[in-house]
Design a binder for this molecule. Structure first.
Ligand code: GLN
Length: 453
């Protein structure tokens, strides 16, 4: 008990959880014990999971890392977490995240930053970010505070933090996991997925999370494949595409070296590397940072002081003043920046120049992938252009957005993509390898991940 309590206290110092729900996890473990031998154990019986704070969990604070939702306890359960529960999983708590999932470092959270359990091996004690926006999720798995967690990925938020913390995470094809009960950021991009210690755990968790849901109009009406049973690291006959546009000068040599090493690992597993071209890659980041804020500005209009969480009413103020005061007090700087960009690109005078054009470029990016997948079965790239950086080290929003350079194209195209740990950099920090699959080919992605891990 003493060792356990010490571990809990050490874990708290990472600030990974926003709410702890140990009773739930214990009740679930007890239920699994009772059911043992009855032949009715679910795939996740007794397994305690951490849940990113933007999943609605019945009766438990669900704040999406924002002050504006502080105190919001939903009356309902998100489809994904309900499915995990139905498979027998319990909940350890809610996991810290960038506010409304906007960020790549967990520094925009209203609960303060999450610390990575990793340190540079330079003898210094710099506090590193776990990446974001699923930073609490990543830190919890990396530090052993949860065997598996949920994340969401709009433009890299499962993959980049998993890479920064040396764990595994998969974003499935858009539509595999229901978005119902997940706080919406950019609805045409948001996807839930698991983060865990290895590929097999991710396959098991994803199988439990995925599946058709009539409550999400973009949910795919397809059976959930048996991904775990289909795991195989034999890649004979698979062609692995290496996109030449992902060779970016500013990316450190050790990341490109790891990428080359990843190609060799896949070759050893029987795959054949082929060079491919994704010519519109350079437009992916600007396209994402128009579409995501546009959708966010619309989705976040519902936080008005009337329906959820926080309400600030100025002395003698009218309804408009209440909206303005609540939103000014409730949203952080990054969220306000996105709302302003989003409303600007959607405004009558600029809609064609920005939002419409971004939608058209998005279609070209999607077409690039469709053409590439005529020549290959999978695509391998680095996950992020750097290893984890220090808290407070990033210089401004643009530098932060550049983190998503390898992750965002697959998001815009709605494709499944996964990160697996590839190795360590010179500072001893983890680097991830990123596998992108064709639509619905989670199995191919998982198998390539298995060959690398
Ligand atoms: N870092 C990206 C952003 O800030 C991606 C976030 C996400 O995937 N939720 O928008």
């Amino acid at each position: 008990a003493e060792a356990f309590n010490a571990a809990v206290v050490a874990g708290r110092q990472l600030n990974a959880y926003t709410v702890e729900t140990p009773d739930d996890a214990i009740a679930c473990a007890n239920a699994a014990d009772e059911a043992r031998g009855s032949g009715e154990l679910g795939a996740l019986a007794g397994i305690p999971l951490g849940i990113k704070d933007l999943f609605a969990t019945k009766g438990v604070d669900s704040t999406s890392g924002s002050n504006i939702l502080k105190g919001f306890k939903p009356e309902y359960e998100s489809t994904v977490t309900a499915k995990l529960r139905a498979a027998g999983a319990g909940m350890l708590g809610k996991l810290n995240m960038d506010e409304f999932a906007m960020g790549s470092s967990n520094e925009t959270s209203a609960y303060g930053p999450v610390l990575s359990p990793w340190k540079r091996n330079d003898g210094g004690n710099a506090a590193l970010t776990p990446g974001g926006s699923s930073g609490g999720s990543a830190a919890a798995v990396a530090a052993g505070l949860a065997p598996g967690v949920t994340g969401t990925d709009t433009g890299g938020s499962i993959r980049q933090p998993a890479a920064f913390t040396g764990i595994t995470g998969i974003k499935p094809t858009y539509g595999r996991c229901s978005r119902w009960g997940i706080v919406a950021f950019a609805s045409s991009l948001d996807q839930a997925g698991p983060m865990a210690r290895d590929v097999r755990d991710c396959a098991i968790l994803l199988e439990a999370m995925a599946g058709f849901d009539a409550k999400d109009s973009t949910s795919l009406d397809l059976p959930v494949p048996k991904w775990e049973a289909g795991l195989s690291s034999d890649l004979k006959g698979k062609r692995v595409g290496i996109p030449r546009e992902y060779r970016i000068d500013s990316v450190p040599a050790e990341i490109n070296a790891l990428w080359d090493q990843g190609v060799e690992w896949l070759r050893d597993a029987g795959a054949e590397p082929v060079e491919i071209s994704l010519p519109h890659t350079k437009h992916a980041l600007p396209t994402y940072y128009i579409i995501a804020p546009a959708e966010a500005s619309s989705n976040l209009a519902r936080y008005d002081g009337v329906r959820y969480g926080m309400r600030e009413v100025p002395e003698g103020g009218n309804l408009d003043a209440m909206y303005a005061t609540t939103r000014a007090a409730g949203f952080g700087d990054e969220v306000k920046r996105r709302i302003m960009i989003g409303t600007y690109v959607l405004s009558a005078g600029f809609y064609d120049a920005y939002f419409n054009k971004a939608q058209r470029v998005r279609a070209l990016i999607k077409r690039d992938f469709a053409q590439a997948f005529e020549k290959c079965d999978l695509i391998l790239t680095p996950t992020a252009p750097s290893a984890a950086f220090g808290i407070g080290e990033t210089t401004g929003p643009l530098a932060m957005y550049l983190n998503d350079v390898f992750a965002v194209p697959a998001s815009l195209a709605g494709l499944p993509a996964m990160t697996v740990p590839g190795g360590l950099d010179a500072q001893g920090l983890p680097l991830g390898l990123h596998i992108i699959g064709n639509e619905l080919d989670e199995q191919g992605v998982l198998n390539a991940g298995l060959a690398i891990e």
